[in-house]
Design a protein around this ligand. Structure first.
Ligand SMILES: [Zn+2]
Length: 221
């Protein structure tokens, strides 16, 4: 666990212990983000309740690396992080609605206001190129870094992930788990594109057990 301190003295940890770790079944960062609230075993779990949760989730999702997270902690206040979490959840739920519409009616169902929502957040992204020594210290490598100037920038990697999904991926392969109470989304990267469940072990097995019970009921009628 990595511990950091907000400028106002609040201690922030980069992990949370009051709920299970997030479930990474989305196979795309934008879908992982939708699954940051889910009910994998019937009870809804919200992984982004606070600014600290948001930062923890971003690091766990590899949308931020640890050094970026520590830099952000030194740059912004706890209140900034809590506002980021509120804005992140608003973005997440907007995207859930937009993606649901796209799944039903195609990308034409996205309004110019929808597109502008992502475009606006992406204008805040501030990337620059940076030369550093390679891991062995013998050569140089050119990498891309982000300059973090405003709290609003922290949503940019998520908006980019959403835009990437909408623009660069086959949206027929974006699916909701077929288990009705399950709200998990995933990108079907299987060879035959027949993935039906967030997890075969959880929802797949539940569906099998339910189908077995139905067959038994029919037999006993
Ligand atoms: Zn499921």
């Amino acid at each position: 666990m990595s511990k950091s301190t907000f400028p106002n003295g609040t201690t922030a940890t980069l992990s949370s212990s009051d709920r299970p770790p997030p479930i990474w079944i989305g196979d795309h960062i934008a879908l992982h983000f939708l699954n940051s609230v889910a009910a994998p075993r019937g009870t809804q779990i919200e992984w982004i309740k606070t600014g600290q949760d948001f930062l923890t989730w971003m690091v766990a999702a590899q949308s931020l690396d640890l050094s970026e997270a520590k830099h952000l902690l030194s740059q912004f206040s706890a209140r900034d992080f809590d506002q980021m979490a509120i804005d992140a959840i608003a973005l997440r739920e907007w995207f859930r609605g937009a993606l649901t519409r796209v799944k039903i009616s195609g990308v034409a169902s996205l309004s110019s206001a929808d597109i502008e929502c992502l475009n606006k957040i992406m204008t805040h992204d501030a990337v620059y190129r940076h030369i550093e020594s390679d891991a062995k210290g013998k050569g140089l490598r050119l990498i891309t870094k982000r300059a973090w100037r405003t709290p609003g920038q922290v949503l940019a990697p998520l908006a980019i992930a959403m835009a990437d999904l909408l623009c660069n991926f086959d949206l027929n392969l974006v699916r909701n788990c077929e288990n009705p109470p399950c709200t998990m989304w995933f990108y079907d990267r299987t060879k035959g594109h027949r993935r039906r469940w967030c997890s075969q072990a959880v929802c797949g097995n539940r569906a099998k057990v339910a189908a077995f019970r139905d067959r038994q009921k029919q037999k006993n009628k």
